[in-house]
Design a protein. Structure first.
Length: 278
């Protein structure tokens, strides 16, 4: 698949590239080839592929410009047809859980949409990332992810639709049977006038009582926190992905940096070798 004109770049390398340029791998995928990404999920679901990870899918790169073009054809199906014969059995690395990449959507989600006539697929394509908390992935291990709604004022919604929010210093607390997000900054809406609210006011997250009880028990453990990971539009409504996170120690952060540096060096060497061989 490689040639003098193009190389392969796996999604792990794309994630490293994105982290150094204040964006995310998910944003790059959605800009470059959203159709290919959705179809990959459907194919993996249909064949029960349980081994789609960051090393076996990615982009073609134009060697002349070093620009990513589109996702390369799927490979590595040696663990296909090995999942349990249930919806929950079809899992892969694009499923957003503690051991997967940080992408909205999953094999389970898109596979069921395929069999139900595509209505959920249409909604899935309507997911629009609005804000990411990159600092969270540097400071924490994300052990669980929960999608939740937010109780917002009208002017806050209008400002958020303009992308005027910041999750960098945000966190959530469980208080009096509710989950509140603190430190999330929403800039005042320019035409809001007297209806604008405090940019840093606490906002209630909309969760089931069982979820709130579970999160309350978990954050009581030493080293665990609730951290907003991203905010996105889904079906025209704002949703937050809340992470149950465990703080990284200094040596963990050093290991992460070393791994990213090593991967970058490997990719650079592979590109140089491919150019030399071709």
């Amino acid at each position: 698949m490689t040639s003098e004109a193009r190389s392969l770049v796996n999604i792990e390398s794309v994630d490293i590239y994105a982290a150094n340029r204040d964006t995310t791998a998910h944003s790059i995928v959605m800009r470059r080839d959203p159709y290919g990404y959705h179809m990959m999920n459907i194919v993996d679901y249909l064949v029960g592929n349980t081994d789609r990870h960051w090393g076996n899918w990615g982009f073609f790169a134009d060697n002349a410009t070093n620009r990513l073009t589109k996702l390369y054809p799927l490979m590595d199906f040696n663990r296909a047809f090995g999942a349990d014969d249930t919806l929950e059995g079809a899992r892969c690395q694009t499923k957003p859980d503690a051991n997967a990449c940080q992408f909205p959507g999953s094999v389970l989600y898109y596979g069921r949409a395929f069999f139900e006539g595509g209505s959920r697929m249409a909604r899935a394509k309507g997911i629009k990332p609005m804000a990411q908390n990159k600092k969270a992935f540097h400071d924490y291990f994300v052990e669980e992810r929960i999608e939740c709604g937010m109780e917002l004022k009208g002017t806050e919604v209008k400002s958020m639709r303009q992308g005027r929010m910041n999750l960098k210093e945000s966190f959530a607390i469980v208080k009096d049977g509710e989950v509140l997000v603190c430190g999330m900054h929403i800039s005042p809406y320019e035409q809001g006038n007297i209806f604008n609210t405090d940019p840093l006011r606490q906002k209630k997250l909309l969760l089931h009582k069982s979820q709130i009880r579970h999160l309350g028990q978990e954050v009581g453990k030493m080293g665990y926190s609730l951290i907003p990971l991203q905010v996105y539009l889904k079906d025209g409504r704002f949703k937050m992905e809340l992470g149950l996170c465990k703080g990284k120690k200094l040596h963990d952060k050093r290991d992460d940096i070393a791994a990213k540096d090593a991967q970058r060096d490997i990719q650079r060497a592979l590109r140089s070798r491919n150019r030399g061989e071709d």
